[in-house]
Design a protein. Sequence first.
Length: 224
Amino acid sequence: MKLIIGNRNYSSWSLRGWLACKQSGLSFEEITVNISGEDWENAKREWDDVQPSSGKVPILWDDDVVIWDSLAILEHLADKIGGENGRNRFWPKDPVARGLCRSMVAEMHSSYLPLRRAMPMNVRRRIEGHEIPDEAKANVIRILSLWAEARSRFGHGGPFLFGTYSAADIFYAPVVSRFFTYGIGVPGFAQAYMEAMWEHDWMQQWVEGADHEDWRIEAFEVAD
């Protein structure tokens, strides 16, 4: 398998696809591309490996199968592992917990546009006193309420949202990064969860990669 990802510092969707591949336990080749500038625009037109996604990242190539949406990538990997083992690799075993986890992942996948706009992912930055609009604040409150429900009902088996590492952690990982970047104040349970996520080996690998990138995309930089 081959996974094409965008800039580690900025590409939240790439982080999700990459974490899904890591969680699968399957071997994959990783290719990082700079998703800004003229070179990328030319690549989208001419490089077969970024088709048929039209340049959306991440892109997973698995022989002749190509998937360019992070949730679709996760589901493909679960199918590739196969059966209950594949489902359990990403989703809680308990059906009630699994239902909540799927709903939280779907909501993250489709929602929170005000937060995304007001707090673009920037792994390297730490910004103090960043003012966010009320709609983004409402998104923060909603996310924290979901985290609280998952942790209180199903989080007793470990430090992650559903105890053990799951699709929910994969999909909320960029939110954890955003909360650290913009200094979002959170209650103690959320702080403990965020620290567990940030200290995870895979997140540390991603952060180290972001630190070593030379690319800077001004559209995703927010002034202090």
